[in-house]
Design a protein around this ligand. Structure first.
Ligand code: C2E
Ligand code: CA
Ligand code: CA
Length: 655
């Protein structure tokens, strides 16, 4: 998702936030500057007030200086007896004092110098007043004189001069300062407004931009979210989802102390398919593989398609390594059946590598690497195998598990073979049939009888590819013998699983068509338990329609009633070896007798199995058994042995 990766809304949002903060700071500084400027202005304006006070004080001082002694006495003491009612100029002083009185209480004199001057003035006045009071009673003339004292006059003069000097100084400064402060205030205001306005515009533009991008991303994400996590060919989740899934589940496992199992499924020979049959066929194989993996996995397992020929399964809640291996084998089994495409049928195997959290990897990447490692090893060991990342587990695997690991390789390498046991016609004593019995020539364990591996093959589903192979092999062999003048009815054992498999009829048709064996020369042996199954009736009917006969194998060991036999259209009963073995005990002979009679009445032929001695043969022929099979004639033989045996049997019969 390179487009999305290139866009980080968080980064842009951060830039916008930064611009916002900057705007706030600038606006704040502006407000501060305006505040400072305006308070400076206010202070300057207070100075003009102070100036007025000083001016008034000076006027009073000069009035006092200019006043006559009597007037001064009155002004300072408030005693009207000082006054010479006829003296001129008193009105001015009155006015000034009134003005000063008005100004003084509201004067927040903060200029310490002015304050000081005023205090000095006040002190001087107080001192004068005190002197007058002290001398009060001895006559006001003396007080008036004091006030008229030259020293007092001089003091006031000095004060006045000082004040006027200061006043002249700060008056000039005051004017220019006020002008500057006014100018500054104005420019600060303008600048702040310009700055804040610009930033505000920037902020709005940036935010609109982000909003548009976010909206676009959301739309894009929504439209690709399905595709983002999906592989286009198979529709399965992809590598990205696997990683997210693992992150989540590893966290969970870390918290809860659980395990997470990762199975890597590596298709074998996939490149060949693409090379030989083209990409469309290869895609079809991938789709089929995806479907099979998905149906084989448990519902809460995650199945992903990692790349061209790699799939993976994540399992949680699995603690036993044997269960993990079991899933691996099931995946191998599900791919062991060939994939039928429009024109061709291809076989794809898989190798499975397993890694486990927390042992094999601490994070999703390590875990995946470990699983890939294991899969590569599984492939190197001979394909169709399950390998754990930690080799120790493999050495601990049971013989059964090892056998199972070997199944698919063995089938490919031709280790399975079929032996044929002759079946003799009871009347003519001629060779009329053969039963195909599978064997496994294991490289280490030697020749294995079906009992050693069939149950496992059933359980694991390997019986399906194996059974298909046996069917094909037996039909081909029977047809070859027929063309060489040895016409035999070929009996093939069919397992329950095979019978239930939806592809069974297709495989059967394929075996008959490709071999060219006439349908009536094929007989399928099904055991009672298989026949009892509901689906079987349909299959048997189908077989009947194709002209293939059905034998009920191991009759008498299961639970099928004779009544049941009437309902299914079988052609033959194979009486189990256990009855033959007990001949001539009455319990066995009575039952055998009844069985043969009943079968004949139901128009079923009877084959007796496990005939080892003449006595058994004689008895069975005597009660009308139709065919005979057992070691008395021959054990199951390989093709060459069988051909030799049949020649010898024919020659003996003539002799
Ligand atoms: P079955 O179908 O009842 O096959 C007959 C078995 O009895 C064969 O054992 C055969 O070797 C053995 N047998 C034949 N004559 C005598 C005799 O006179 N005495 C004794 N003691 N045994 C005799 P085998 O080949 O070991 O097969 C065992 C079973 O494995 C078969 O029983 C059949 O159920 C199954 N099986 C064998 N081959 C196949 C196969 O190709 N497909 C399937 N689905 N099952 C098979
Ligand atoms: Ca059989
Ligand atoms: Ca049997």
């Amino acid at each position: 998702m390179p487009i999305l990766r290139s866009f980080h809304p968080s980064l842009e949002a951060r830039i916008v936030t930064l611009i916002g903060i900057l705007a706030c700071v600038i606006v704040g500084l502006g407000i501060l500057a305006i505040h400072k400027d305006s308070s400076a202005l206010a202070a300057q304006e207070r100075l003009t007030h102070d100036d007025a006070v000083v001016a008034a004080t000076m006027r009073i001082l000069s009035d006092l200086q200019n006043a006559e002694t009597g007037q001064r006495g009155y002004l300072i003491t408030g005693d009207s007896s000082y006054l010479d009612p006829y003296a001129a100029g008193i009105g001015n002083v009155y006015q000034d004092i009134r003005r000063l009185k008005k100004l003084l209480p509201g004067t927040p004199v903060n200029r310490s110098l002015i304050h000081h001057i005023l205090l000095m003035t006040a002190a001087k006045l107080r001192e004068l007043r005190k002197t007058i009071k002290l001398r009060d009673g001895r006559g006001f003339k003396a007080a008036a004189y004091l006030v008229d004292d030259n020293q007092g006059k001089k003091d006031m003069d000095a004060l006045r001069r000082l004040l006027s000097g200061i006043r002249a100084h700060y008056r000039g400064k005051l004017k220019s300062e006020i002008a500057i402060a006014r100018g500054r205030l104005k420019s600060t205001e303008t600048l702040s407004i310009i700055f804040a306005g610009t930033l505000l515009v920037l902020l709005v533009i940036a935010w609109l931009n982000i909003r548009a991008k976010l909206r676009w991303k959301r739309r894009l994400t929504r439209s690709i979210s399905a595709r983002r996590y999906q592989m286009p060919v198979t529709g399965l989740p992809n590598h990205e989802l696997l990683m997210d899934w693992l992150v989540y589940h590893l966290n969970w496992a870390r918290r809860e102390g659980g395990k997470v199992t990762l199975l890597l499924l590596d298709l074998d020979g996939f490149e060949n398919i693409a090379g030989t049959h083209g990409d469309t066929a290869a895609d079809a194989v991938l789709r089929e593989a995806a479907l099979r993996f998905r149906t084989t996995a448990r519902s809460d397992d995650l199945v992903v398609h990692l790349g061209r020929d790699r799939f993976a399964v994540v399992m949680t809640n699995v603690a036993q390594e044997s269960d993990m291996a079991e899933m691996g084998h099931r995946m191998i089994d599900t791919m062991s059946l060939p994939v039928v495409l429009d024109e061709v049928t291809v076989s794809v195997g898989i190798s499975v590598g397993i890694s486990i959290f927390p042992e094999d990897g601490k994070n999703p990447h390590q875990l995946l690497d470990a699983a890939i490692d294991a899969a590569v090893r599984a492939k190197a060991q001979g394909r169709h195998r399950v390998a754990f990342y930690k080799a120790r587990t493999e050495t601990q695997m049971s013989t059964q598990a090892q056998l199972r690991n070997d199944f698919h390789r063995a089938l490919m390498d031709g280790e399975f073979c079929i032996h044929y046991q002759p079946i003799i016609d009871a009347k003519s004593m001629r060779l009329t049939g053969a039963e195909a019995l599978v064997r496994w020539q294991h490289p280490e364990l030697g020749m294995l009888p079906p009992a050693a591996f069939l149950l496992l093959a059933e359980r694991t589903g390997f019986i399906r590819p194996l059974g298909a192979w046996i069917l094909q092999q037996a039909c081909t062999q029977a047809e070859m013998w027929r063309q060489n003048g040895l016409e035999l009815r070929m009996s093939v054992n069919i397992s329950a699983q095979q019978c239930r498999d939806s592809t069974f009829i297709t495989e059967l048709r394929h075996a008959l068509n490709s071999s060219g064996l006439p349908h009536d020369l094929l007989e399928l042996e099904l055991t009672e338990s298989v026949l009892m199954h509901e689906d079987a009736a349909k299959v048997i009917e189908h077989l009947g329609g194709m002209g293939i006969s059905v034998a009920i194998d191991d009759f008498g060991t299961g639970y099928a009633s004779l009544g049941y036999l009437r309902r299914i259209s079988a052609h033959r009963l194979k009486v189990d070896r256990s009855f033959v073995r007990d001949i001539p005990q009455a319990s066995a002979t009575k039952l055998l007798n009844a069985l043969v009679n009943m079968a004949h009445r139901l128009e079923l032929d009877v084959t007796a199995e496990g005939i080892e001695v003449m006595e058994q043969e004689d008895y069975l022929r005597g009660i009308g058994c139709d065919a005979l099979q057992g070691f008395r004639y021959s054990r199951a033989l390989d093709v060459l042995e069988f051909e030799n045996w049949s020649r010898k049997w024919a020659a003996d019969a003539v002799a």
